[in-house]
Design a protein around this ligand. Sequence first.
Ligand code: NAD
Length: 404
Amino acid sequence: MKEIVILGGGYAGLRALRFLQKSKGGFHITLVDRNDYHYESTDLHEVAAGTQPAEKILYPIEDVVDPDVTTFVQASVEKIDRDDQEVSLDNGETLSYDYLIVALGFRSESFGIEGVDDNSLPMVNVKTAIAVHDHIIAQMEDYKETHNPDDLKIVVCGAGFTGIELLGALNDNRNEFAEIAGVAPERIELYVVEAVTRLLPMMPEELADYGVAKLESWGVKFLTGKPIKAIKPQTVVYQTNAETGETDELTANTIIWTTGVSGSKVIDDSGFSAKRGRMMVDSDLRDPDYRNVYLIGDCSAVMDPESNRPFPTTAQISLAMGELAAKNILAQLAGRETGDFTYEPLGTVASIGNTHAFGVLGNGGKTVKGYAASALKKLIMDRALTETGGSKELFAKGRFDLYH
Ligand code: NAD
């Protein structure tokens, strides 16, 4: 009996698990995750802003585990030893494998900027998203005592997809924050500080401008072309002049860090030749040096032959990678050739609140805006939910508020 070990129950890992479980026979699977639940990481911003409860974006991993084929182990992975084909866990257990799928996901990237870890809030998993929301609510409650305007200020650091979607959700919850603080909604100040001036480079400029203009029309203040140099307590320090290095400061009692992600620390700790926790894999998603090791999801980089750059890290790509890794292991078990990674996106859409979004359809031909885009975004999320959790999770946790 061959042993397949899957590390990580995110989009990539669960997709691989579900695909493998469909073709029982000749192998046993062990799935490892530090949590006993899967969460929709594309929806963390809504939990952080408080527009969705955490339970809406997670479901038990046991729901998708077929006990006839798979054993689920709740533990944190500490190290992978590819020579000895072993994985060490924080509970002292060591797992041996014939085939390994590494799908350990992402962590927040501080780029070594001073004070980020101590003075800003990451938003990379359910716990940190809940912590962001709790923190905001506590500031709003404090305001009633302090009347300090910084209690009403929320600064998002980085206007990538995550920052933009978070700003939209925070704006959706403006009235709730204002009510807690006992102020008019426009007194809640939302800022974003961003290093570059051309936002969301993977989208046409006109679309990125549309998203910015919409958020600005709702009162969000954009400080663009202002690289953050440090985060001091309750203060963002950003550069205003690249030549002189001059800086300015923005004070706020809520500072959220969304300037990008890197792959799991386990990748670095285990000697993979990776950059920011992402390892370049072969076109069939295998480690170039270990033909029984697959890396998928946010800790993996696979070349897009069309753009000659690695595919970005998105949930849709993680799902497609999970499926191919499973197919390729089945091919290896049957003595067949492995296949190359290809990808057919439904579209790339950024939500700005529950009823607005903007993006491109499919591979980027046609653009969509407004609430047609918001419905497309929910369809994309529902497909992800179905591909990892099946129809049970879709009906329990899916987004069916497509029309407004
Ligand atoms: P990102 O890397 O896409 O964006 C980070 C932003 O922070 C960039 O605009 C960058 O210029 C800015 N930044 C970096 N350092 C900075 C500094 N020192 N000061 C100020 N600004 C700084 O990261 P993300 O938004 O976290 O997204 C991560 C990945 O997840 C991306 O691949 C993204 O496409 C994907 N994602 C997709 C969706 C979606 O499809 N709807 C949603 C969220 C995330």
